[in-house]
Design a protein around this ligand. Sequence first.
Ligand code: NAD
Length: 332
Amino acid sequence: MKTAFFEIEDWEKDYIKEKLKGHELKFYQGELTADNAKELKSFDVISVFIYSKLNKRILDQLGKLKLITTRSTGFDHIDLEECKKKNIVVCNVPFYGENTVAEHTFALILALSRKIPQSYGRTIRGDFSLDGLRGFDLKGKTLGVIGSGHIGVHVIRMAKGFEMDVLAYDIKKNRKMAEKLGFKYTTLDDLMKNSDIITLHAPLNKHTYHMINKENIKKIKRGAFIINTARGGIIETDAIVKALYEGHLGGAGIDVLEEEDLIKEEAQLLSKKFLKRRLEISLKNRILLKLDNVIITPHNAFNSSEALKRILDTTVGNIKGFIKKKITNRVG
Ligand code: NAD
C-alpha cells in the first residue's frame, strides 16, 4: 500500500514510520492540493487533517485511491458523494480525548477549590503566608454535569473518586451508567439550584447556544463555581461576567471562550493556520482574565501527548483495518 500523509509535523512522521513499518510512506507538511495530487496518481491511501479539501477536482487526479483516513472527528472537508462514486472508503477519528478533557476539567476545579494559582504566585515571591488561601473540600459537594456523554461520564467517574454527589442534565439519559456510577439525572433548573460546581460537557449547537444566560444564571446556587471545557458559546459571556462581579458565582474555570467558536477541531489550535491572534485579542478583551477567582486556559484541555498519539493510533488502526478488510470508523 502506498500511503501519503498531509499536514504532518516531524514528531508525527517518526511515530507513523514506527507504526507502519514496511509500508511505502510519503509525508507532506502542507495540505493536499490540486498541485501535489499529481504526484500521487499511484497512491492507495491518503491521510489528511481538515485543511486538505478533498473535492472532485482533487479526487479525479487520485486514480488508484482506495482509502481516505482523516485525522479529525469532522469530515466536512471530504466530498463523500464523490468518494462513493469512486469507491473510496472514508474513515475518521471519532474520539480521542475523553479522559484528557475530563482530567483538565478537574485540574480547573482543583485549581479553584485549593487556590493553586494564588498559592503558587505567592511562594515564587518567597511569601509563605496563608492569608486568603483557604480553599474548600470537594468531598460531600455536589457536582452538576451538563452533558453526560464521553467526557461527562469520565468527569462523573472522577467526581465519585472525590466522594462528590453528582447531578446530571442531558437530553439523552444513560440510565445504566447512572446506576453504575451512582449519579442522578435531573432538570437543568434543579441542577443549577443544587450544584456547588457546574461543569459543561454538551456540544455547541442551536439548542445549547447560551444555555446559561442572563435570565437563568440567577438560578445557580449563590457562590457556586462554573467550569467550561466544552464550547464558549454555551455560556453568555455577559451573564458570567455580571454574575462573577456581583459575587453570585464563586468563581469560574474556563478553557473555551465565546469568540473562538469558529474552531471545529481541537487540533486546529495546533495548526499554524489557526488565527492565534484572534484568540489573543479575545483573551485581552476579557474582563474575566482580571478576576482573581477565574482561571482561563487557552483551549488546552485536549492537548496531551497521549491524546494526540491516540489520533495517530486510530488513523494507523484505520489503515491496518482496511488492509485486513475489517474497516474501522467508516464515515463514507
Ligand atoms: P458526546 O457527544 O459524547 O457527549 C455530549 C453529550 O451532550 C451527549 O450525551 C448529548 O446527549 C448531550 N447533549 C446534547 N445536547 C444537549 C442539550 N441540549 N442539553 C443537554 N445535554 C445535551 O461529546 P463529548 O465527547 O463528551 O464532548 C463534549 C464536548 O466537549 C464536545 O462537543 C466539544 O465541544 C467539547 N470538547 C472540548 C475539548 C477541549 O479541548 N476543550 C476537547 C474535546 C471536546
